[in-house]
Design a protein around this ligand. Structure first.
Ligand code: G1P
Length: 891
């Protein structure tokens, strides 16, 4: 196989280019706007366009559809009555490699969020430049400009045809009633294009009149309309033809329709025939195509007038570039490695992309029907808190209405605030980690903002698809802190036989879904432990700030706050289960609606007792040593109650997840962390896949633990380098002061992704690296949030602490540029902070501390907390200008 050159950054806003990009098959790129127009586009312009599960303008694609032309945007040229050439590379001749790599070359240039392919054919003296993007307004349209240049001296006679097959229906009909749904199509031709509006939205549970229309519109550079259309797919390809060799183009058919035609009941083709031209040597012609899905009544003539000219295209493209540049300008990394800084631009875009696409609408993410899962929702908010803190408060508040009073939650989140659906495909499942994420995000929010009042805001609970009612029939509301307590206290008591939280239908690892009865997640027990301690800290801060001694909580919670009045025995599994069953039976018949006052001191002591008991238990019972003398934590028990990790006849078993949370939680001491790092280096590190694998090879189909053991080893949740967990590992290491070890984890991923010939992934962090080293499931991964969070709040150490600004850098020597400076831009206290660290003496991370902090040139007082600076929020918020410069001298 030909070795591929790596991508190269070409600008300051993430712009990059890839030469010979068509030599790689599974690449795709997102084009979207916040009105939820969602496209995917490949180097050959394959990929689909949609606004949701039921509204695909182009045929839905999964990974393996990316190399067929059924979902390809095409633009044909018939040249000098002889050669048929696709400006997007989609002719049978091009697939058959009629033109060698020497005569036809392809280059990608892309940026935030636009995609340009340049295809040069020396033999034909033709060059095409095809640019696609989605304008950043409320229109649901993708625009494409095709520029054709005659690169030779001779005149060329050109017959141009734009060709985009319009699928125009729900993804569900890809196979289910594919033909029958074409009978619903009502297609017409208008002045500048082809429009189809199906009569019904097909659903055998109850068909509904359809309101959605789809269109392919186009014009020449000056806005001149096409001369005619081939709106029916079978007429366009002709008998015996196909989309790669369509008769209409190949035979220069005159059998096209003019505007005003109506055709019912066939697959629609957005084929637009333009006037034949003579392209002089060196001359250029341009065509603008718009592909739209309109959920409401839209005047497509007007839409074409708005977009289908070169002037309009260039104007909207410039606006698009500016929009995304400004949107991402709120966080900027300026370390010595310029490429890393640019790579991070794409990483910061990813959480926004996941908000738009959910986990369902890019080619690798071909599962679900839209929306996001609970844990993804909360984790994406981590990055959004650093980028768009303003709307996140409401988002967090609304999300809490998805919590159930039994500590579980709605699992699928719709696109509207507070819109929840109980379960995907109506399969009721409970993931035991779900209760832990909201606190992490809420704590970050409170630390960044100082908004402790948030904890006292009242919110409803979720029950049977709506709001929980108390016994008197009224909607019951409790404070946010009550929601958090419910989530943590219920999990604390919900233990398996080894006194760890039950695994149920899985934890963070969706693939651990076959140990519902006896499985336990030690990993997440650790996280619940530290969360309980964090909750206690938040309550103390609340008590101090508000000078309060009590808070009101649901009366039923007194059962779970058992240290307050009763004798308790947290070593006893039976005791814990009894308490939980008592609470559940009290809630089963509806909760009383009564609230009682809880003494804050007693409450915090209760949470601390619980959190500490977990840590004690972990270190006594789950810290293991192999025969070879390696030490690390056991992370799980399977459905037969067997410990998962450690020595095994088929080889030592270890998971990364099992290590990450005890470290992050602070349950492991420094010595233990060192030993975990050594063990992870020995058993999990593999640079051929970008660093630390998720687990060792168990060489067994463990049907008593989960589906992931059915995946081939080294893929996805079975032992791939799974970015999300690896980045959390790095975060945990940084948090506990292991900067070098933490840096390595991220560096391995980054270096691997940069090696494009192996990783075959555009800039940004993919969900995982597979056994062949390929970056898989790009863009829509929670690891991006965690990476941004880790870089800003750990490596650069810029974070909030109950509203004050902490500057606690863990930058290594390599991060500082030749002027001994490393800088980061981020939002804090509603200001855009430009923070520059100076390490003039080139000290190592363990040898420097913050010596001086200057805000807009003025030295300010700060509290020195173990070498870090804590700067009062008011010193920042009182600054007049929106942008604030902070210089930090390290010594
Ligand atoms: C994906 C899911 C996430 C899950 C993880 C492991 O990770 O989105 O909810 O925890 O797989 O099963 P992501 O794509 O966010 O990296």
């Amino acid at each position: 196989m030909k070795k591929l050159d790596r991508w190269k950054f070409t600008g300051k806003n993430g712009e990059f280019k890839v030469e010979n990009v068509d030599q790689s098959t599974y690449l795709y790129f997102p084009l979207a706007n916040e009105a939820e127009m969602m496209s995917a586009i490949t180097p050959r312009l394959h990929g689909d366009i949609k606004t949701g599960q039921n509204t695909f303008a182009m045929r839905p694609v999964s990974l393996e559809d990316l190399h067929n032309t059924k979902s390809a945007r095409n633009f044909w040229l018939k040249v000098n009555d002889r050669e048929v050439w696709s400006a997007t590379g989609n002719s049978a001749a091009q697939f058959a490699k009629k033109f060698s790599d020497q005569t036809e070359t392809v280059e990608l240039n892309a940026g935030l969020l636009w995609h340009k392919i340049t295809r040069t054919n020396e033999k034909l003296s033709l060059k095409s430049e095809v640019t696609n993007f989605v304008p950043t307004n409320s229109d649901t349209v993708e625009l494409m400009q095709v520029k054709i240049k005659n690169t030779g001296p001779e005149d060329l006679k050109i017959e141009p045809t734009a060709a985009v097959p319009i699928y125009g229906r729900s993804a569900d009909n890809l196979r289910d009633h594919r033909h029958v749904t074409s009978l619903l199509h009502r297609t017409k031709t208008i002045e500048k294009g082809v429009v189809v509006k199906p009569t019904l939205s097909f659903d055998e549970r109850g068909h509904k009149p359809n309101e959605v229309s789809y269109a392919v519109l186009g014009a020449e550079a000056d806005g001149k309309a096409p001369v005619g259309f081939f709106p029916v797919l079978e007429d366009y390809i002709g008998d015996g033809g196909n989309l790669e060799w369509p008769e209409a183009v190949v035979l220069s058919s005159d059998d096209y329709l003019k505007a005003g035609a109506e055709i019912d009941g066939y697959e629609t083709m957005g084929a637009l025939k333009f006037e034949e031209i003579t392209l002089r040597g060196g001359a250029e012609a341009a065509y603008i195509i718009a592909i739209s899905t309109a959920e409401e009544e839209v005047d497509f003539e007007k839409l074409a007038a708005k977009y289908c000219s070169q002037e309009a295209f260039e104007k909207h493209l410039a606006e698009n570039k500016k929009f995304w540049q400004q949107k991402l300008n709120v966080v900027d990394i300026d370390s010595a490695d310029q490429e890393f800084n640019q790579w991070m631009k794409w990483v910061s875009l990813q959480p926004i992309l996941r908000r738009i696409y959910g986990c369902s609408f890019l080619p690798s993410h071909d599962y679900g029907r839209g929306g996001r899962g609970w844990r993804d929702l909360w984790q994406d908010c981590l990055a959004l808190l650093l980028m768009e803190p303003e709307p996140v408060r409401d988002l967090l508040y609304n999300n809490f209405s998805g919590v159930r009073i039994d500590g579980s939650n709605a699992t699928i989140i719709g696109s509207e605030p507070g819109e929840f659906k109980a379960d995907r495909n109506n399969i009721k499942r409970v993931w035991m980690d779900h209760g832990a994420w909201p606190l992490m995000t809420t704590k970050l929010y409170i630390d960044q903002s100082g908004d402790l009042d948030f904890l006292l805001k009242e919110q409803s609970y979720f029950e049977n698809g709506s709001e929980l009612k108390a016994q008197n029939g009224e909607i019951y509301q409790g404070s946010i802190i009550e929601h958090l307590l419910v989530q943590h206290l219920t999990h604390f008591f919900d233990v398996g036989e080894h006194n760890n939280c039950l695994l149920k239908n899985g934890d963070w690892n969706d693939g651990l879904d076959m140990a519902e009865n006896r499985g336990e997640s030690v990993a997440f027990t650790a996280l619940y432990g530290s969360n309980l301690l964090d909750l206690a800290e938040l309550l103390k801060a609340l008590a101090a700030e508000k000078s309060i001694k009590k808070i009101e909580l649901a009366a039923e919670l007194s059962i779970l706050l058992d240290t307050v009045e009763e004798d308790f025995d947290y070593q006893s599994v039976e005791y814990k289960r009894e308490v939980l069953s008592d609470y559940r039976s009290r809630c089963e018949s509806g909760i009383s609606g009564q609230k009682i006052d809880f003494n804050l001191k007693e409450l915090t002591a209760d949470l601390e007792a619980k959190g500490e008991s977990i840590f004690e238990h972990l270190n006594q019972n789950e810290w293991i040593e192999t025969k070879a003398g390696d030490k690390f934590y056991n992370g799980y028990y399977d459905d037969d109650g067997q410990r998962l990790e450690g020595d095994h006849p088929k080889g030592v078993r270890m998971t990364l997840t099992g290590q990450v949370f005890p470290i992050m939680a602070g349950a492991a001491d420094q010595d233990q962390i060192k030993q975990v790092v050594d063990s992870a280096d020995k058993y999990l590190k593999d640079l051929s896949v970008g660093g630390y694998r998720l687990n060792t090879d168990f060489k067994e189909l463990k049907t008593n633990l989960g589906r992931l053991f059915g995946f081939a080893y080294g893929h996805k949740e079975n032992g791939a380098m799974f970015s999300h967990m690896a980045v959390m590992y790095s975060n945990a290491l940084y948090k506990q002061g292991f900067a070098e070890a933490g840096d390595k984890v991220i560096d391995y991923i980054y270096q691997h992704c940069k090696d494009f010939d192996t990783s075959r992934t555009y800039p940004g962090i993919p969900e995982y690296i597979n056994q062949r080293g390929r970056g898989m499931y790009p863009y829509l991964t929670g690891s991006a949030s965690w990476l941004l969070l880790t870089v800003v709040t750990q490596i650069f150490g810029v974070r909030g602490e109950l509203g004050n600004l902490v500057l606690d850098p863990k930058l290594l020597k390599k991060h500082f540029d030749p002027a001994a400076k490393a800088a980061v831009k981020t939002i804090f206290a509603d200001k855009l902070l430009n923070i520059s660290y100076f390490n003039k003496n080139q000290l190592g991370v363990k040898d420097y501390q913050v010596q001086e902090v200057k805000i807009n040139g003025q030295s300010v007082n700060f509290e020195n907390k173990a070498g870090a600076a804590v700067v009062e929020r008011s010193l920042i918020s009182k600054q007049h200008d929106q942008e604030v410069n902070i210089e930090v001298i390290l010594n």
